[in-house]
Design a protein around this ligand. Structure first.
Ligand code: HEC
Ligand code: HEC
Length: 417
C-alpha cells in the first residue's frame, strides 16, 4: 500500500467516522489507476513570472496588435473562452455574463480553446499532442523544426507551445498583407520580428535583460516566461478530490464518492482518465462528432494528422479533468455544451453520434457552424478502444452522481462559489 493510501486508512480509522465501505472500495481504485494528488510546480521565479504575466496579456505580440493570449484564455472564463470553436484575431469581446465573444473580422478556428490548468508538468500539448517534450532526454518535438538556439532555450512543453499561437495567421499573426509579421517569409522570420518589435519597448528590454542577463533574447525566452506564468498562476488543484487523496475522507460528499465509484467502476472512465492528471495523456478515439471548418477536407483527423496511424484517425489527447466544471463547452470541437451531454455521449456512443446535433446554434459566429458529416462515423466508432464500453446504461442517479463528482469533486475549492 502506498503512503497516501495508508494515510487514508489511518485517518479514517481515527476519525469519528470509521472508513465506510465505499472508501475502502475507492482505495482499491486509487491504487489500480495510480491516482495521486497533483504535484505543485517548482518554486516561483518571481521576475520571470511577472514578465510572463505581462506577455500573456500583451496584444503587441500579435501581428495587428489586436489580440493577446488572454483574449482566448481568460482567467474569468476557466482560462478558456467559453465558446465551442475559438475565434481568431479580428474577433471582439469576451464571453462573460451576458456579453459574448463575437466573430467580427476573425476566423473560426478548427478547435475549442482548452483550459490552461495545471499544465506545469504536462509533456504533450494541444488536442493532438503536436508539441512534446521529454524532461529526461530534453528532446523536443514540434510541428516545424526550430532554430538550435531557440530549441536550446525551451525547457518544457508548456514553453514550447507558447511560441506557436504567435505565428498562426488566424490566431495572432494576422492575415497576409495585414502587417510585416504576417508577411514574414516563414515562422522563423516572424518570430524574429516579434522579438525585435517587443524589445523596442524600454520596459520589456529592461525586464528581459534582468531575467536573462547577458543572453541574446530569442522567441524561446518569451516561451519560458509565458510558461512560468501559466504554470504558476493556473496551478489550481486544491480540489475535494485531491484533499480526499491526501487522506481527508470527508473532503468528498457521499454523492461525489458515488460518482467517483461510477467513474472508475461501471463506466470504466479510468481506462483513459487516470494517474496524476486524470489523463493517460495518450491519444484515444471516443467517437466524437465534428463541427465547424476542421483541419483538412473540412474534417479533423486529430492525432492521425501527425503520426499517420490509421488507428489514430479521430484520436485526441485524453484531456486532464481538474476544474472541468468550469470549462464548458467540451471536446476538441466544443460541440457538447454541458457535462451532462458528455456523460450522455459515453452512455451510448453510437446513438450519441448518430443523433448528434449542435445543441444550440451559437450566435457568436457570423454563420451557423458546419454540421457533423456522418460519412466516416464507422471509422469514428471502429477506432474506439475495445475496452471502452460502447453502451453503459447509467441510471439517472448514477449520471447525477458522476456529474456531481466531475463538476464539484474535481474543482479547486477557491474557484467554487
Ligand atoms: C485565438 C485564440 C487563441 C489565442 C490568442 C491563444 N490561444 Fe492558446 N489555444 C487556442 C486553441 C484553439 C488551442 C487548441 C489548438 C489545438 O489543439 O490545435 C490552444 C491551445 C493552447 C495550449 C495547449 C493546452 C493543452 O492542454 O494542450 C496552451 C498551453 C495555450 N494554448 C497557451 C496559449 C498562450 C501562451 C497564448 C499566447 C501566446 C495563446 N495560447 C494564445 C486558442 C488560442
Ligand atoms: C478510451 C479513452 C477514454 C475513456 C474510457 C473516457 N474518456 Fe473522456 N475523453 C477521452 C478523450 C480522447 C477525450 C477528448 C475527445 C475529443 O476531444 O474529441 C475525452 C474527453 C472527456 C471530457 C471533456 C474534457 C474537455 O475538456 O473537453 C470529459 C468531461 C470526459 N472525457 C469524461 C469522461 C468520463 C466521465 C468517462 C467515463 C464515462 C470518460 N471520459 C471515458 C478519452 C476517454
Amino acid at each position: 500500500m502506498n503512503f497516501i493510501l495508508s494515510t487514508l486508512f489511518i485517518l479514517a480509522s481515527f476519525s469519528a467516522f470509521p472508513a465506510a465501505p465505499i472508501d475502502e472500495r475507492l482505495a482499491g481504485y486509487v491504487q489500480k489507476f495510480n491516482l495521486i494528488p497533483l504535484s505543485a510546480p517548482a518554486a516561483r521565479k518571481h521576475k520571470l513570472f511577472l514578465l510572463g504575466r505581462d506577455l500573456f496579456r500583451e496584444r503587441r505580440i500579435s501581428g495587428n496588435d489586436n489580440i493577446s493570449c488572454m483574449e482566448c484564455h481568460h482567467p474569468r472564463i476557466g482560462t478558456a473562452d467559453g465558446i465551442p470553436l475559438s475565434l481568431g484575431e479580428g474577433a471582439i469581446g469576451l464571453q462573460i455574463g451576458n456579453r459574448k465573444r463575437m466573430q467580427g473580422q476573425g476566423r473560426i478556428l478548427a478547435r475549442n480553446t482548452p483550459a490552461l490548468f495545471n499544465l506545469h508538468n504536462v509533456n504533450v500539448m494541444f488536442w493532438d499532442g503536436r508539441v512534446e517534450f521529454n524532461p529526461e532526454t530534453k528532446k523536443l518535438i514540434t510541428p516545424i523544426p526550430l532554430k538550435r538556439e531557440v530549441a536550446r532555450t525551451l525547457t518544457s512543453a508548456l514553453a514550447a507551445q507558447a511560441i506557436f499561437p504567435m505565428v498562426d495567421h488566424d490566431e495572432m499573426r494576422g492575415l497576409r498583407s495585414s502587417n510585416p509579421i504576417a508577411d514574414a517569409k516563414n515562422e522563423e522570420e516572424a518570430w524574429e520580428l516579434i522579438v525585435e518589435k517587443i524589445l523596442k519597448f524600454p520596459e520589456y528590454q529592461k525586464a528581459f535583460a534582468e531575467v536573462f542577463p547577458g543572453q541574446k533574447i530569442n522567441i524561446g525566452h518569451f516561451g519560458e516566461a509565458l510558461a512560468e506564468f501559466q504554470g504558476q498562476a493556473f496551478f489550481l488543484a486544491e480540489t475535494p478530490y485531491d484533499r480526499y487523496l491526501k487522506g481527508n475522507v470527508e473532503a468528498l460528499t457521499t454523492k461525489q464518492k458515488i460518482g467517483m465509484e461510477v467513474f472508475f467502476d461501471k463506466a470504466k472512465c479510468g481506462i483513459c482518465h487516470n494517474g496524476e492528471h486524470l489523463s493517460s495523456l495518450e491519444y484515444k478515439v471516443v467517437g466524437s462528432p465534428q463541427i465547424g471548418p476542421g483541419k483538412e477536407n473540412g474534417d479533423d483527423y486529430g492525432r492521425y494528422q501527425w503520426d499517420n496511424q490509421e488507428g489514430n484517425r479521430y484520436a485526441f489527447r485524453v484531456p486532464p479533468l481538474r476544474n472541468v466544471g468550469l470549462t464548458a463547452p467540451y471536446f476538441h470541437h466544443g460541440g457538447l455544451a454541458t457535462l451532462e451531454n458528455v456523460v450522455e455521449h459515453y452512455d451510448d456512443i453510437k446513438t450519441s453520434l448518430n443523433n448528434y446535433r449542435i445543441i444550440e446554434q451559437f450566435s457568436n459566429y457570423l454563420r451557423p457552424l458546419k454540421a457533423h458529416d456522418h460519412t466516416n462515423d464507422y471509422i469514428r466508432i471502429g477506432n474506439i478502444p475495445r475496452d471502452l464500453p460502447l453502451e453503459i446504461g447509467f441510471t439517472e442517479e448514477e449520471k447525477e452522481a458522476l456529474v456531481e463528482f466531475l463538476r464539484f469533486g474535481l474543482t479547486d475549492i477557491r474557484l467554487q462559489n
